[in-house]
Design a protein around this ligand. Structure first.
Ligand SMILES: Nc1ncnc2c1ncn2[C@@H]1O[C@H](COP(=O)(O)OP(=O)(O)O)[C@@H](O)[C@H]1O
Ligand SMILES: CC(=O)N[C@@H](CCC(=O)OP(=O)(O)O)C(=O)O
Length: 247
C-alpha cells in the first residue's frame, strides 16, 4: 500500500489535480489518499468572521470553529477530490481517520480540538483499507479524526498521513506546492536525514508548514524503516524528483 498525502493548495489547481489523478490511475489498486485543505479552512473561518491562528504550524481549533473546519476538510475538500477522482474514471470512497482505523486524542488544552493520532504497534492492522483497494475503491481520507468518546478533532494532514502509513506499514509520499524541500538559495535538496534536517531547521531554512512536514516525514522514515519522499504533483511520474527523507 502507498499513502499519498495531498496538500490543500492542489485543490485550487484543477489542471494539476487532473494530471495527478491520471497518474494515480496507473497505481489504483495500491493508493490511499490522505488530504489537507488548510487554505480552504482558512477561507471558511474568515468568511464566518472567526479569527484563526497557528502555533508551530498547527491551527488552534476552539470548539466553535470546528463545524467550519470539519465542513471544510471532511466536506468540501474531500468532495472536491471525489469529483476529480470520478471524472478521472476512479471509484473514490470518502473517509475520515476514524473509518481508516486511526484514533485520536487531544494534543494539548491550548490547541483546543487539535488531535494527535494514536498508532498502536501491538494491535492488528485494520482490514478496511486493504478490502476497499481489493474491491477497486480509491480511499480518500480527510484529516478529521475522532476520540474514543466521539469528540471530533482537527489533525494536521501531514501528521494524519504519517499515522495512516504507520498503521498500515505503507510507503509514504507527501505531495505539496513546491518541487522539493529547498536549500537557503532556493535550490531543491535531493536527500535529507536527521542531521541535515536539524541544521536547516535551526538555520531557519526549513520553516512553517515545511517544518511540520519534514519532521513528520523523518518520524515516518524511522518508524517504517524506509525513505519518505516530499515532492510536487508530478512526483508520481518522476519517482526521482523531490526530496528523499531517510533516518
Ligand atoms: N526550506 C523550504 N523548502 C520548501 N518550502 C518551504 C521551506 N521552508 C518553508 N517552506 C514553505 O512550506 C510550504 C509547504 O508547506 P505547507 O504550506 O504546509 O504545504 P501543504 O499545504 O502542502 O501541507 C511551502 O509552500 C513554503 O512556503
Ligand atoms: C491542526 C491543523 O493544523 N490542521 C490543519 C488541517 C489541514 C491541513 O493540514 O491542510 P494542508 O495539508 O493543506 O496544510 C488545518 O486546520 O489547517
Amino acid at each position: 500500500m502507498k499513502v499519498v498525502k495531498l496538500g490543500g493548495s492542489l485543490l485550487e489547481q484543477p489542471e494539476k489535480l487532473n494530471a495527478l489523478f491520471q497518474s494515480l490511475k496507473q497505481h489504483e489498486d495500491e493508493i490511499v489518499l490522505v488530504h489537507g485543505g488548510g487554505s480552504l479552512v482558512q477561507q471558511w473561518l474568515s468568511t464566518a468572521g472567526l479569527h484563526s491562528e497557528k502555533q508551530s504550524g498547527l491551527r488552534v481549533s476552539p470548539e466553535p470553529h470546528m463545524s467550519y473546519i470539519v465542513g471544510g476538510l471532511a466536506g468540501a475538500a474531500n468532495k472536491i477530490l471525489m469529483k476529480q477522482a470520478i471524472a478521472s474514471g476512479l471509484k473514490p470512497i470518502g473517509l475520515t481517520l476514524y473509518e481508516a482505523g486511526v484514533n485520536c486524542v487531544r494534543q494539548s488544552e491550548s490547541l483546543g480540538q487539535v488531535g494527535l493520532c494514536q498508532v498502536s504497534s501491538t494491535e492488528p492492522v485494520p482490514a478496511l483499507l486493504a478490502d476497499l483497494l481489493m474491491h477497486g475503491y480509491l480511499p480518500i481520507i480527510s484529516s478529521i479524526g475522532f476520540g474514543e468518546n466521539g469528540e471530533w478533532f482537527n489533525v494536521n494532514a501531514d501528521d494524519a498521513a504519517v499515522a495512516v502509513a504507520a498503521t498500515y506499514n505503507a510507503d509514504l509520499l507527501l505531495i505539496t506546492d513546491v518541487e522539493a524541500v529547498l536549500d537557503g538559495s532556493g535550490s531543491p535538496l535531493s536527500h535529507l536525514n536527521s542531521e541535515s534536517i536539524q541544521q536547516l531547521t535551526q538555520a531557519g531554512v526549513i520553516k512553517d508548514g515545511m517544518e511540520v512536514k519534514v519532521r513528520g516525514a523523518l518520524s515516518a522514515a524511522k518508524r517504517l524503516r524506509r525513505c519518505v519522499r516530499i515532492g510536487s504533483w508530478n512526483v508520481m511520474n518522476n519517482p526521482f524528483s523531490g526530496t528523499q527523507i531517510s533516518e
